[in-house]
Ligand binder design. Structure first.
Ligand code: FAD
Length: 394
C-alpha cells in the first residue's frame, strides 16, 4: 500500500485533530486511562458529550454506506481514531461504533441494520459485549449460557463475566447456546438485547485499582425478541470471527502511546538525576529511540489493516498480528516509563505524580489489552494455524 496521505485525507486528518484538541480542553481532570469512562460519572458524561459532538459531524458513521448515514472512507476512520487516541478523547463507543456497526453492515439483515445502526451513528445508544463466561474465555465456543427459542422469543439463562461497562450500556450484543444438542461452533447464536430487560442483573467486579469498570451479568429467564439475531440461528460463530477482527486493530491505543512518548521525552529533558537531565543518559536515549521506532511500526501496521479492510481483504490473522504488536508494545512502554520515573512512577493522584499519574495507570492497565479481545497466546495460535499453516497440537 501507499503509506502517504492524499490532500483530501490530510485535510480530514487536520479537522479530526482540531476538533479533538478543542474537546481535550473540556476533559475532566479525573479522566486518566481507558477505564475512567466506565468508572467515573463525570468521565462517562464527557464520553456522551463527545459522542454527540462527533455524531453531528457524521464521524460515528465513517466508512458506512450512505443509505445508513455513512460518510468518509475506512482511512478516515483510522485518521479519526488517531486524533481521538492522541488527544485522549472518548466518544466513539468501542463496542457500538468500533465493533458492532461494521459487523452489522456485513452480517445483519436489512431490518436489523435499519433498526440498530442509526442510534449508533447518533451517539444515542451505548453497547457492551456479552461473550466471556466463567468457564468460557479463550475457548469461547464452550459457553454455557442458553437462549432457547419459545414462539417469537428467546429465553436466556446463565452468566457472563468480564463485561466491560455493562453497568453503563443501554444494549448488549452476546453469544448464546441456542441448540444444546448440536456440535460445538454450530450451536451458538449472536443476539442483540436491551440491558434493561427484566431478569438481567449486573454486578460490578472490583478492580485492584479501586474502581469497578467490569461486571458480571446474570440472566434469569430473560425474554428477547427472536428477530434480534445477527446472521443465522446456530451460526453465530461466523459473526464472532467477523467482529473479533474489528475489535483487534487498535489505532487509538497506538496514538495514545505517541502522546505519552512526547510526555516521556519532555520528562526526560526536564528531570535531572545526579545533576544531569535524564535525556543525557545514553541507556535512556537508546530505549526511547527504540520505542519511537516501534510506535512508527505499529502505526504502519494499523494503516495496513485499514487498507486491507477497505478492500475487504483482511484475514483474522492480520488483526491478531496487530493486536499482539501494539498490546506488547504498550506493556514495554508502561514498564519502561515507570522504570524511568522511579518511585514517583507509583504515585497516582498528587502533585508528585509525573504526567498526572498516567504511568501509574498505564502500568496497572497495560496487561488488559494482552488478555482482553482474546489473549495473545490465542492470537499466536491463530497466526500459526491460519496464517502459517502450522499443524495443530493433538
Ligand atoms: C480487562 C478485561 C476486560 C474484558 N472485557 C470483556 C468484555 O467486555 N466482554 C467479554 O465478553 N469479555 C471480556 N473480557 C474477557 C476476555 O475476553 C477473556 O479474559 C479472555 O478471552 C481470556 O479468557 P479467560 O480469562 O477465561 O482465560 P483462559 O481462557 O482461562 O486462559 C487462561 C490462560 O491460558 C491460556 N490459554 C488458554 N487456551 C490456550 C490455548 N489453546 N493455547 C495457548 N494458551 C491458551 C490463555 O492465553 C491464558 O493465558 C475482558 C477481560 C479483561 C481482562
Amino acid at each position: 500500500m501507499d503509506f502517504g496521505l492524499t490532500e483530501e485525507q490530510e485535510a480530514h486528518r487536520k479537522e479530526f485533530f482540531e476538533v479533538c484538541k478543542e474537546l481535550e480542553k473540556k476533559r475532566p481532570p479525573s479522566f486518566v486511562g481507558f477505564e475512567a469512562v466506565f468508572e467515573i460519572d463525570e468521565c462517562w458524561e464527557f464520553h456522551l458529550h463527545c459522542a454527540k459532538e462527533f455524531a453531528k459531524k457524521g464521524w460515528l458513521a465513517l466508512a458506512w454506506p450512505p443509505e445508513y448515514g455513512g460518510t468518509g472512507t475506512m482511512m478516515d476512520r483510522v485518521l479519526f481514531a488517531e486524533a481521538r487516541g492522541y488527544h485522549g478523547i472518548p466518544g466513539a463507543d468501542i463496542f457500538g461504533v468500533q465493533m458492532l456497526a461494521p459487523t452489522l453492515l456485513q452480517a445483519a439483515s436489512d431490518a436489523i441494520k435499519k433498526e440498530f445502526l442509526p442510534p449508533i451513528a447518533q451517539g444515542e445508544v451505548m453497547w457492551c459485549e456479552l461473550w466471556s463466561e466463567p468457564n468460557a474465555g479463550s475457548d469461547l465456543a464452550t459457553l454455557a449460557t442458553t437462549a432457547i427459542k419459545k414462539g417469537d422469543e428467546y429465553v436466556i439463562n446463565g452468566q457472563k463475566t468480564w463485561t466491560t461497562g455493562a453497568h453503563r450500556a443501554d444494549w448488549g450484543f452476546g453469544v448464546f447456546k441456542t441448540d444444546p444438542a448440536a456440535r460445538k461452533h454450530h450451536n451458538i447464536t449472536f443476539i442483540l438485547l436491551d440491558m434493561k430487560t427484566p431478569g438481567i442483573t449486573v454486578r460490578p467486579i472490583p478492580y485492584m485499582n479501586g474502581g469497578a469498570p467490569f461486571d458480571e451479568v446474570y440472566f434469569d429467564d430473560v425474554h428477547v425478541p427472536a428477530k434480534n439475531i445477527v446472521g443465522q440461528e446456530n451460526e453465530g460463530w461466523a459473526v464472532v470471527n467477523l467482529l473479533a477482527g474489528f475489535e483487534r486493530s487498535g489505532m487509538s491505543e497506538i496514538m495514545a502511546m505517541f502522546r505519552e512518548l512526547e510526555g516521556l521525552v519532555k520528562y526526560c529533558n526536564e528531570t535531572k538525576r545526579n545533576g544531569q537531565p535524564l535525556a543525557r543518559d545514553p541507556l535512556i536515549r537508546n530505549r526511547v529511540a527504540q520505542l519511537a521506532c516501534e510506535l512508527q511500526a505499529a502505526r504502519a501496521i494499523a494503516y495496513r489493516i485499514a487498507d486491507l479492510q477497505n478492500r475487504n481483504e483482511m484475514a483474522l490473522m492480520d488483526a491478531s498480528a496487530a493486536k499482539i504488536f501494539y498490546s506488547e508494545l504498550g506493556e514495554r512502554f508502561a514498564f519502561f516509563a515507570t522504570d524511568i520515573a522511579g518511585p514517583y512512577g507509583q504515585v497516582k493522584t498528587s502533585r508528585w505524580a509525573p504526567m498526572h499519574g498516567v504511568w501509574e495507570k498505564a502500568f496497572q492497565e497495560c496487561f488488559i489489552t494482552i488478555i482482553s479481545m482474546g489473549t495473545n497466546e490465542i492470537q499466536r495460535n491463530i497466526i500459526a494455524w491460519y496464517g502459517l499453516g502450522l499443524p495443530r497440537m493433538k
